[in-house]
Design a protein around this ligand. Structure first.
Ligand code: DGJ
Length: 303
């Protein structure tokens, strides 16, 4: 897979899973993301909502299309109406309920509604049904991700106040709602596209700046506790084009065989359906400093 370009599934079709995430369940990986398989709306930097796609793979390289697991709806009152915004879907498996739970950014076309949607399915390949939409802890939510800790506790990390500040909000035991506990971190730092991982007992969060679809400098932050005092450190990217995150934007961090990987979207605002992907290795030095370097290809995780 050539990093920075749109990737093909095993049938030779463009992978439509933008702003996505990867879930490992049993011996397979599932990649969920925004299906943008249509031309931009004339003169606009948007594609009407189609839904959330799912792909599955045994090796993170050969991806089989599993279909649209959450579909846009034709009812104009529905939060999933095609005229609205459905972005950055993230899926966790809940061991207590044996269900797959998806959280996503649901918004009005002008991004003023700023809510999250919660959907659930019995199978990783769906179908997912929308349970509800909410303003988490009565606050705005735009770019977001989920993080599941080693003890099974899960968190919603979401940009609030027109992306000025990030909130970390704990989910209930079923992952179907918030439990009311949250912290606000990186106040007024104007970050979006959060992605989290844990290394050496520390939590790491990569975010982008807020420049629409245009690339900017990533930053990472570290905290010894997920709901603790996060410290912004620096841009983890090194080498040519590192100040523009290699012309990408963070979508997800995942860990396989104790190695961490950062997934990027390479948005093409005038033709969003052709936006590309990258998966780049993430390394840490002895002091815990995080580095992301460009590699030309993604050939699957290291053994
Ligand atoms: C940046 C966000 O990270 C994307 O998910 C999307 O909302 C674009 N902004 C829209 O301009």
């Amino acid at each position: 897979m050539k990093n920075g370009q749109i990737w093909l599934d095993v049938d030779g079709k463009d992978i439509q899973a933008h702003g996505g995430c990867i879930l490992q369940y049993r011996d397979r990986f599932y990649w969920y993301g925004e299906n943008k398989d249509a031309p931009n709306c004339p003169g606009r930097r948007r594609v009407d909502v189609i839904g959330v796609s799912c792909y599955s793979s045994g090796n993170l390289v050969d991806w089989k299309y599993e279909g649209l697991v959450l579909k846009a709806e034709s009812d104009p009152e529905s939060p999933l109406h095609f005229s609205k915004v459905v972005e950055r879907p993230k899926v966790l498996y809940n061991e207590k309920t044996n269900r797959f739970v998806m959280w996503m950014h649901l918004d009005s076309p002008d991004y003023s509604f700023s809510s999250v949607g919660i959907a659930a399915a019995e199978q990783p390949t769906g179908p997912f049904r929308l349970i509800k939409t909410t303003h988490p802890n009565r606050q705005e939510s735009r770019d977001m991700t989920l993080y599941r800790d080693e003890d099974g506790t899960a968190y919603l990390i979401h940009a609030k106040d027109w992306n000025k500040t990030m909130n970390i909000a704990r989910l209930n035991g079923e992952y179907t709602d918030l439990d009311g506990t949250y912290v606000s971190v990186m106040a007024d730092q104007e970050r979006e596209a959060p992605a989290l991982c844990k290394h050496g007992g520390q939590y790491y969060m990569i975010t982008s700046g807020c420049t629409g679809w245009a690339p900017n400098s990533a930053l990472y932050a570290v905290s010894p506790q997920i709901m603790g005092h996060w410290k912004l450190i620096d841009n983890p990217c090194e080498g040519p084009n590192s100040r523009k995150t290699f012309f990408g934007q963070s979508s997800f961090l995942f860990t396989v065989n104790q190695k961490h990987y950062l997934m990027l979207d390479h948005w093409i605002p005038e033709n969003l359906q052709k936006s590309g992907y990258s998966i780049l290795p993430v390394t840490f030095d002895g002091d815990g400093a995080m580095t992301v370097r460009w590699v030309d290809t993604w050939n699957g995780p290291e053994e």
